[in-house]
Write a protein that binds this ligand. Structure first.
Ligand code: FES
Length: 175
């Protein structure tokens, strides 16, 4: 074998390797695309079927959150999951309400301010978002959606979170 022959052999071998790499890359790309598409499809179906316990699906187990809450006071808790931060508030008129305290804008923590307006307000300090304490609806700032509602219920032994709902749906319990 001459030097020239070995150069040709090396080039052929390189070309074969490149073709194999290219084929592998395409195969890998297809595998990734199929895996991601499949994952998205399964996630979408699971969400549609209500398999995930998140704010708005109304399927979590009841959780005792306080002995009592006095007018103007609030209690922070997590529901339905350990990181689903929420706040229960006794409004001045005695109404008990509860919402997710995760801002619908960029997920900052929402604060209860009893001293604002006739009914108080839920305030997000990150971008001055404000939510109506009676309904969870946005009254100022950039949040695009109302705060999800946590359904609360007063029982003989305390106050319980019993489910979740969107704020544009009727409250169940919580009075
Ligand atoms: S994160 Fe709440 S207003 Fe932007």
């Amino acid at each position: 074998m001459t030097t020239r022959d070995s150069e040709v052999d090396a080039s052929d071998a390189d070309l074969d390797r490149l073709r194999a790499d290219d084929l592998t890359s395409r195969r890998d790309y297809l595998r990734i695309a199929v895996t991601v598409s499949g994952g998205l499809a399964v996630g979408g179906i699971a969400t549609a079927a209500g398999l995930f316990h998140r704010h708005g699906d109304g399927t979590a187990e009841p959780l005792r959150i306080a002995d009592r809450i006095d007018p103007g006071q609030s209690v922070a808790f997590a529901y339905p999951g350990d990181e689903d931060w929420a706040v229960a508030i006794r409004l001045a008129d005695g109404t008990l309400v509860a919402y997710s305290s995760i801002c619908t804008h960029l997920a900052c923590g929402v604060l209860w301010r009893a001293d604002r307006g006739e009914h108080g307000e839920l305030y997000c300090p990150c971008h001055e978002g404000v939510f109506d304490a009676r309904t969870g609806r946005v009254t100022a700032g950039p949040p695009p959606r109302p705060l999800p509602r946590v359904i609360v219920e007063e029982r003989a032994d305390g106050i319980y979170a019993t489910g979740t709902a969107r704020s544009d749906t009727a409250a169940e319990g919580g009075r």
